[in-house]
Design a protein around this ligand. Structure first.
Ligand code: NAI
Ligand code: HPV
Length: 546
């Protein structure tokens, strides 16, 4: 029998508090040191995967999951070991634990900086080998020296604060960091060239991206002060390691202290064995405190994501603050239902390519984040007509892949600022409709909805005003407006024991055309739908599953 609990694969050592937290909610499989093949085999039985930096979560892993894998949790910061594009394409959320190991990484950076400056590891090894070399291991002082912090993010800024405490003159380079935040720490932001040319010490704290890959190379080493010292607790790949060996041999770089390597564990020992290199095996985040913190942070994020909550630390989906989310929640449901409604009104054979969404709101345009709503409209539009599974993670990607363009517009209203939205309107242009009355005067399918008492309602179909809660399924029916129509349709449905939850009639003018919208709790049989269609005054009708 299938277990009702989700299964979480923990593929690398995770703090006990995190594992215990996961166990309250899921079946937890702690399997370390899996080969890529073993991981690919296991993953098809897992709903979530938790890794650190030692596991490559490649495209193959997502492909092998057969759609079951919903969340990858990175128990740490760097997500360069996770194929984010593949995760997004497979609708798999990636979350990380971005804050719990910041101080540990910064402290390790400072530990390496000071250990390197005073030859601690070399002197220790020499003493243990029975030598007493006091003249060989004369170090350099830190006070008054210039430290360039490359990447002034969470770790970089903590390193900067600590280095200032050691009496160093700290500058930083970070193209995206706000200058006032740097200034508040007493650090000047400078250009890349200025940073590397004026530094006595360089400490690397940027993520590994295509732009930072091998950012320290033969050319940039040549621009540095002779005798510069380098610390790397970021990612090995930001340094061209062969170029670093050459720079060390040439004396351009006097010393390097490295916690991270392009390939881990490093295959080529030339760098690690170099006598001017101090090396640790990726220990930046490895303190008792950081590992417990990271484990709890990631376990909470993964459990939340498996419960359908939007993760605050999502890496490949919009992060929606809790207060914004609770405000938008009923509109999220409305958005999906309007998408479902609109697409079911399209006549078979018309490809849906162009959709316009209008958000009616009294709030200023930048006070409404529509990414969540757009994703849910996309889900509503695509899921009824395909086998794709669409969620917040892959909505934009899936729409793009299907050639579906979604344009968004704001209609600024004068109403109350209390609610984030008054209405959402979905238009599908250049298609035929199986319910001609859903077409507006300008020829596109148009449905509009509002939230009433927390429940989504459709309030407009084409040019007809209706009012039906979008809870079960609905029958839309256009007829010549005349007495007795509601009774006729209602009695056909009651004969079938179909419960009518809601009924509303929208008409252009008395005794002309009207559109009747009927909400039903059960699915009517084909026969009863046929009988509704045969009522003489009925001109067209459609049954829609919401
Ligand atoms: N050795 C270890 O165990 C650990 C390593 N790390 C690594 O440390 C690095 C920094 O982590 P956090 O500070 O938490 O990340 P963060 O995202 O807070 O900071 C990174 C900073 O780098 C900047 N940046 C991006 N591109 C840049 C470029 N081309 N030049 C200069 N700066 C650039 C960003 O604007 C950002 O301010 C990451 O690579 C992370 O993976 C983090 C924790 C532990
Ligand atoms: O958080 C990070 O980016 C790290 O590099 C820490 O890696 P780890 O979790 O110790 O494998």
């Amino acid at each position: 029998m299938c277990s009702p609990k989700p299964t979480v694969l923990v593929a690398e050592k995770l703090g006990e508090a995190g594992v215990n937290l996961l166990k309250q909610f899921a079946d937890v499989d702690c399997s370390y040191n899996l080969t890529s093949k073993e991981l690919c085999t296991k993953i098809s039985l897992c709903d979530a995967l938790i890794v650190r930096s030692g596991t490559k979560v490649s495209r193959e892993v997502f492909e092998s999951s057969g759609g079951r894998l919903k969340v990858v949790g990175r128990a740490g910061v760097g997500i360069d070991n996770v194929d984010l594009a593949a995760a997004t394409e497979h609708g798999c959320l990636v979350v990380n634990a971005p804050t719990a190991n910041t101080v540990a990484a910064a402290e390790h950076g400072i530990a390496l900086l000071t250990a390197m400056a005073r030859n601690i590891s070399q002197a220790d090894a020499s003493l243990k080998a029975g030598k007493w070399l006091r003249n060989k291991y004369v170090g350099v002082s830190l006070v008054g020296k210039t430290l360039a912090v490359m990447g002034f993010g969470k770790v970089g800024s903590e390193v900067a604060r600590r280095a200032k405490g050691l009496g160093m003159h700290v500058i930083a380079h970070d193209p995206y960091a706000p200058a006032d935040r740097a200034r508040a720490t007493g650090v000047e932001l400078v250009s890349f060239d200025e940073a590397i040319a004026s530094a006595d010490f360089i400490s690397l704290h940027m993520p590994l991206t295509p732009a930072t890959n091998k950012i320290l190379n033969d050319e940039t080493f040549a621009k540095m002060k002779k005798g510069v010292r380098i610390v790397n607790v970021a990612r090995g790949g930001v340094i061209d390691e062969d170029a670093l060996v050459r720079a060390l041999d040439a004396g351009i770089v006097a010393q390097a202290a490295l916690d991270v390597f392009t390939v881990e564990p490093p295959k080529d020992s030339k760098l690690v064995q170099h006598e001017n290199v101090t090396a640790t095996p990726h220990l930046g985040a490895s303190t008792m405190e950081a590992q417990e913190g990271v484990a709890i942070e990631i376990a909470e994020a993964v459990v939340g994501a498996l419960n359908g909550e939007l993760a605050a630390t999502a890496v490949n989906a919009p992060m929606v603050p809790a207060e914004v989310l609770s405000e938008l929640k009923p509109f999220v449901a409305l958005a999906e239902k309007l998408g479902r409604l609109a697409v079911q009104l399209v006549a078979g054979g018309s490809g849906v390519k162009s959709v316009k969404v209008i958000y009616g709101s009294a709030r200023a345009p930048d006070d409404l984040d529509t990414r969540l709503l757009r994703a849910m409209i996309t889900k509503g539009l695509i899921e009824p007509i395909s086998s794709s599974f669409v969620n917040l993670v892959n909505a934009d990607f899936t729409a793009k892949q299907r050639g579906l363009r979604i344009a968004e517009e704001r209609s600024l209203l004068n109403g109350s600022l209390e609610s984030p939205l008054e209405f959402i309107q979905v238009q599908i242009s250049s298609v035929d409709s199986k319910f001609a009355s859903a077409l507006s005067d300008s020829g596109e399918i148009r449905v509009e909805g509002r939230v009433k008492d927390g429940i989504p309602h459709v309030t407009k179909v084409g040019s007809f005003e209706v009012d039906v809660s979008l809870e079960g399924s609905i029958i839309l029916c256009r007829q010549v407006d005349q007495p007795g129509m509601i009774g006729k349709v209602g009695s056909i449905l009651s004969e079938e024991n179909v419960n009518v939850s809601f009924m509303s009639v929208g008409r252009i003018a008395p005794r002309k055309h009207a559109v009747m919208a009927i909400g039903v709790d059960e699915e009517p049989t084909k026969e009863s739908l046929k009988r509704i269609g045969e009522i003489p005054a009925v001109e067209e009708f459609v049954y829609l599953k919401i």
